[in-house]
Structures are given as structure tokens and as C-alpha cells.
Design a protein around this ligand. Structure first.
Ligand code: NAD
Ligand code: ZN
Length: 367
């Protein structure tokens, strides 16, 4: 399937046509292939063998499968391995993994020899629908996540939903948060499809999963294309639910709570806030909540990481988000399902606290 964003390909098995796809984009057949330990073990042999059959020269790099691999020390080590393997400007870099590998690989590609092309082959639902698209690449600094990086657009994004079959269910639901987000912010019809077929998508059943993945990826690509450097407020709508989510992640100290889990809860807060501020009608609030109610969390997680939190502490944690401008919190709100906007004025603190309260009550009554 192709769209205006013609560098995004959704196909199974995509690796079998990699030579032809590279050629169409003017990419050479010399690739550094970056894996994490899990994707190397699960898919490394198959991918490298297929590339070699199609005439590629490859250099393999493998890093531990964890967030801390997005570091300057890991990048430095990989630069060394690339120099030793005689990788020069005529090479490109293929990232095989989730957002950690995509961000790290993109950072390396943007820096090495002042920049070589990067190709994304995302293997998590979050990476297929979010992190591999849009060209934001970064490593972490001890003082903050994703602070050091570039805008480095991928030359090609190769999406094959078949890779999802080995993904743990918690990672699937994590990715589903971003999928549902696109319905909320940009596409009422997609929202309706998800409301009807949420379980089929979450069970990775075709054609639902491929449809959900491509619509999500193309929605993100479209938003990014219209507002690449985040100046008009459109790209910011991709952060629906995220102001709350970042506060929750911070309070959990970035452990025990997946990003997508925080976003799921954060979107419920966003729905309540949109309603409380008079933008979202009650029936649409309820429709939105009904979709969020389909998400499955590990036992006790919502209680521990959200319901039992002090609202004021969560409010303070949200204020430490690096994305705030002029120390003011900006909220993405919905005025209907399928349309989000960046609220340009400060939202009264009382409304934010109320929205948290409403959401805590809703989650505790729901179970
Ligand atoms: N650049 C962006 O625009 C952007 C957007 C959102 C998130 N991110 C970044 O993405 C990262 C999170 O990405 P993620 O959720 O994909 O996490 P991840 O890359 O850590 O992957 C999650 C886990 O799944 C494993 N895995 C990957 N593919 C698998 C498969 N097919 N089968 C079985 N296991 C598999 C990984 O080894 C890892 O253990 C964060 O670092 C975040 O900052 C970036
Ligand atoms: Zn997100």
C-alpha cells in the first residue's frame, strides 16, 4: 500500500522486496543493520540471509534491548565498529527493532560522516505507528530523555505487521494507545472502525491489524508533512494525552509503567478535560471512554500508578515536562472525536485537577 507518503511501505513479507525498494529510492546495497539482542535473535538470520540473497553487503551491529542503549557511550562504540568495518558515505543504515533501535540508529546515521541515509524496519506496534515515522531521532542525556538528536527523515520505512506476532501482549496494548490516538485526533471513521474491531486488531487479526497499522502510519506522516518543525500546532496534536502521560511516567520513575499505558490513562484525562472545558459533548466523551475501557493493563497497575496518586503531585510532575513553553502547560484537546487542537491559553489549574479526579473515579468505578 502506498500513499502521498510514498517512502512508507506496508507489505508482508517486506524483506523479500528490499532490493527493489532500495533501488526505487536510489539507495545503495551496502547496509549497516542495527538490531537489539531480541530482534537479532528472532529475525537476524532471516533478514541478513534475505538481504545477501538480494545482493547486499551487510555489517551487523547489536545492542542490548533496553532504553539505556540510547546513550552517547553506545553510539560511540558503534561508530568505532563502523569505522573498523570501512563503512563510508556510500553506505546506509537499516534499523530493525522498536523505538529504541529506530531512535539510536537514526541518531547514528544522522551523525556518521555528517549523515548517511537511514531506513526504518520497525518491529513493535509503537515503532510501526509512531516512532519510525517523522524523522525525530535522539539519544538520552542523564538529565532528560531524547534531549540530544536531530530531525533526520528516513529514506524508507518498511512496515511488515507479521513481525508483531512475537511481540508480548503488554507491548501490543502499548502500541494500541498510539493507534487509538490517531482516531481521536484526526479520523472519526478510523475511530469507528476501532470501536467495532478493537479486539481483532489487538489479536493481530487480518485485515484489521494491517489496516490499523497503515492508517496510523499514514496519519502520522501526513501530520508531520504539514508541520515538520512543530510550528503551527498541528504536529503538537500528536501529543494528545501525553501531558498527563509524561507526569505519570515521571511519577513512576520511568519504570513499571509503559509509555503506552501512561498514554491510555492520559487520553482518558484528556477526554474529561476537553469535556469539562466545554469543547467535547458528553456523548462523545462516553464514546471515547468506552474505547479506552477495552485496554487491558497488568493487575493492580492502574490502581498503583494512577488511582492512588495525589492529584496535586501529578499536576506538579506534569509541570516538569520539557515540552512546555514559557513554563506554561499546553494541552491538546478534542472538540469532537476525530479532531484535536492545541489550546492556546493556559488551562485553569482547577480544571486540570478536576479532570484528573474525574478520570480516577471513572477508572475505579469501571473495575
Ligand atoms: N522518534 C520518535 O518520534 C519517537 C516516538 C515515540 C517513542 N519514541 C521512543 O521509542 C522508544 C520506545 O519504543 P518501543 O516501545 O518500540 O520500545 P523498544 O524498542 O524498547 O521495544 C520494546 C521491546 O520489544 C522487543 N521487541 C521488538 N520487536 C519485537 C518483536 N517483533 N517481537 C518480540 N519482541 C520485540 C524489544 O527488544 C524490546 O525489548 C522510546 O525510547 C521512545 O523515546 C520515539
Ligand atoms: Zn507516545
Amino acid at each position: 500500500m502506498e500513499s502521498p507518503a510514498s517512502h512508507i511501505i506496508v507489505r508482508t513479507p517486506v524483506i523479500e522486496s528490499i532490493a527493489e525498494l532500495y533501488e526505487a529510492r536510489g539507495l545503495g546495497k551496502k547496509s549497516v543493520v542495527l538490531f537489539d539482542e531480541n530482534t537479532r535473535k528472532l529475525y537476524g538470520d532471516e533478514i541478513i540471509a534475505s538481504m545477501q540473497r538480494q545482493g547486499f553487503r551487510t555489517v551487523e551491529l547489536v545492542v542490548p534491548a533496553r532504553e539505556t542503549s540510547k546513550s552517547v557511550s553506545t553510539a560511540w562504540k558503534l561508530f568505532g565498529q563502523m569505522i573498523e568495518a570501512d563503512v563510508d558515505r556510500s553506505w546506509n543504515l537499516l534499523c530493525v527493532g522498536g523505538g529504541v533501535i529506530g531512535d539510536l540508529g537514526g541518531y547514528i546515521a544522522a551523525s556518521y560522516y555528517r549523515g548517511i541515509p537511514v531506513v526504518q524496519l520497525p518491529t513493535t506496534l509503537l515503532a510501526m505507528t509512531d516512532s519510525s515515522i517523522g524523522g525525530k531521532v535522539a539519544i538520552n542525556h542523564p538529565l532528560g530523555k531524547n534531549l540530544i538528536g536531530y530531525f533526520h527523515m528516513p529514506a524508507l520505512v518498511l512496515i511488515d505487521p507479521a513481525f508483531l506476532r512475537t511481540l508480548p501482549s503488554r507491548e501490543i496494548f502499548g502500541g494500541m494507545a498510539e493507534v487509538v490516538k490517531y482516531g481521536f485526533i484526526a479520523d472519526r471513521e478510523f475511530f469507528d472502525m476501532l470501536a467495532k474491531h478493537f479486539d481483532e486488531v489487538a489479536r493481530l487479526e487480518e485485515p484489521w491489524i494491517s489496516d490499523a497499522v497503515s492508517r496510523s502510519a499514514f496519519t502520522k506522516a501526513d501530520v508531520v508533512e504539514k508541520d515538520f518543525r512543530e510550528t503551527s500546532g498541528l504536529r503538537a496534536t500528536l501529543n494528545f494525552g501525553h501531558t498527563f502521560a509524561h507526569g505519570l511516567e515521571k511519577m513512576a520513575e520511568y519504570r513499571n509503567l509503559r509509555h503506552g499505558e501512561a498514554v491510555t490513562i492520559g487520553m482518558a484525562c484528556g477526554l474529561f478535560l476537553s469535556h469539562r472545558m466545554g469543547f467535547l459533548p458528553e456523548e462523545e466523551l462516553n464514546e471515547g471512554l468506552a474505547l479506552i475501557a477495552r485496554f487491558r493493563f497488568p493487575r493492580g497497575l492502574v490502581n498503583k500508578r494512577f488511582i492512588s496518586l495525589d492529584r496535586q503531585e501529578l499536576f506538579d510532575a506534569m509541570h516538569s515536562d520539557k515540552k512546555k513553553i514559557d513554563k506554561q502547560l499546553r494541552f491538546v484537546l478534542l472538540d469532537r472525536i476525530g479532531h484535536a487542537f492545541l489550546h492556546d491559553r493556559e488551562v485553569p489549574k482547577a480544571d486540570v485537577l478536576h479532570a484528573i479526579d474525574d478520570t480516577q473515579r471513572w477508572f475505579s468505578e469501571k473495575r
